[in-house]
Design a protein around this ligand. Structure first.
Ligand code: ZN
Length: 147
């Protein structure tokens, strides 16, 4: 499947039926994200088990790409450790912002997000969920910093 087909299929699917949609209550941390260019608004709540994000949810309103990206992100990072998430974020950021960046094999379905790099105004839509997750992780009162 080429990138365009993957993009269309995965984005449509995750926009229509977002995974892990909602809010955790109680949660260990949360953050709001806003992309003024498009009007996307997301809220991420998460629970931590040590260095691991044991559970998370997102909700909010936005364009298909911002919602699909948040859904894909939640699915991808659930159960992962902070350092694994930071690594994934680095890979996502690279494929979104560098037109010719190779797409790492381990991205799986997240590779679909690379489809937006042909639409620069959409990059902020696709990265909003990741920035919001980072803010929620930074807000978490965890004495151990992994940077
Ligand atoms: Zn958007």
């Amino acid at each position: 499947m080429d990138l365009k087909d993957l993009y269309r299929e995965v984005i449509l699917d995750h926009n229509k039926s977002p995974r892990l949609f909602g809010r955790l209550d109680p949660a260990d941390s949360s953050a709001d994200g806003h992309n003024p260019l498009c009007g996307d608004r997301l809220h991420v709540t998460l629970r931590l088990d040590g260095e691991r994000v044991s559970d998370l949810r997102f909700d909010g309103k936005g364009c298909a790409i911002s919602v699909a990206s948040a859904s894909l992100m939640c699915e991808a990072v659930k159960g992962k450790r902070r350092e694994e998430i930071a690594h994934l974020f680095g890979e996502i950021h690279a494929v979104l912002t560098h037109h010719d960046a190779p797409i790492p094999e381990d991205l799986g379905k997240l590779a679909a997000l690379a489809g937006v790099r042909d639409f620069p105004v959409r990059v902020k839509c696709a990265s909003l969920a990741w920035h919001t997750l980072n803010a929620a992780l930074a807000n978490a009162s965890d004495p151990v910093k992994t940077e």
